[in-house]
Design a protein around this ligand. Structure first.
Ligand code: ZN
Length: 263
């Protein structure tokens, strides 16, 4: 599943390609033909990411709400695009570029109130300038759940998935099994700052590579797939070389270093 940096990157690119001109909207799937017809010819005003959710605001007040889920994806093509194929839920054709959406978990047209109701259930998104870290802090402080589970709960903090969870906790030195309420304010401040820094890096690099250029030793374009990470799916800790422990948490495997992340 894409993590938050992917959605912010998509929003940035869609802003450049689609905002400001009337769009051609269509669907190759019966279930969204009506929705696409409603958007067809409208001007897109802005594109707003929040965690793993994307909202496109149209001139009429319609808001397109998209969540990619596990298999959904957006594809960007030059305009005019080739003939649409069957799995395409929505095509948005701009003057220069066309965006095709396939396989989303959520694709629906909602009102601004509906959008507010969705984001009311989400925690702060560290990539948004209006993010309030104290909301995440208060959730951690009230919880006996392991911090490695809390980081994956979208109503605690929006946009972190399994890769960033392992990386962030390794970098700041917190065992993922530690209770949320046992995280100190200093540790939390370090965790939040590193989360913001890493997600921004993810937007810029367009992939999850958490190591610094000096540690990488080669250009990102020449890294093997999955390389450039400290913990996620690694044999040994990228910070100290200790073999990593692997265990399930929130139904997904996580990696932790017993030297850097003492229990
Ligand atoms: Zn280590």
């Amino acid at each position: 599943m894409p993590e938050g940096h992917t959605i912010h990157r998509l929003a940035r690119d869609q802003r450049r390609d689609l905002v400001g001109a009337p769009l051609g909207a269509s669907s190759a799937q019966e279930r969204f033909v009506g929705g696409a017809a409603r958007l067809d010819g409208q001007v897109l005003r802005r594109v707003e990411p929040w965690g793993k959710h994307l909202f496109q605001w149209y001139e009429s007040g319609d808001v397109l709400h998209v969540h990619l889920g596990l298999i959904g994806k957006w594809q960007r093509r030059p305009s005019p695009p080739p003939l649409a194929v069957g799995e395409m839920r929505l095509r948005l054709e701009g003057p220069e570029r066309t965006w095709d959406l396939s396989g989303p978990m959520v694709c629906r047209i909602v009102t601004p109130d509906d959008r507010d109701a969705v984001v009311a259930r989400l925690g702060p998104d560290p990539l948004r300038p209006d993010a309030d870290p104290d909301r995440m802090w208060s959730r951690l402080q009230r919880s006996d759940k392991p911090v490695g589970i809390l980081l994956m709960e979208q109503d605690v903090v929006a946009g972190i998935g399994n890769v960033y969870r392992s990386e962030l906790l390794n970098i700041v030195g917190i065992d993922p099994r530690r209770a949320g309420r046992a995280v100190t304010r200093d540790e939390f401040d370090a965790l939040w700052a590193e989360t913001v820094r890493q997600l921004r890096l993810g937007v810029r690099r367009n992939k999850i590579v958490t190591m610094s250029p000096a540690e990488l030793g080669r250009p990102i374009s020449r890294l093997a797939r999955g390389a450039g990470r400290y913990a996620y799916k690694q044999e040994a800790c990228g910070r100290c070389g200790t073999p990593l422990d692997v265990f399930p948490l929130a139904g997904r495997r996580t990696w932790a270093c017993r030297a850097c992340q003492p229990r």
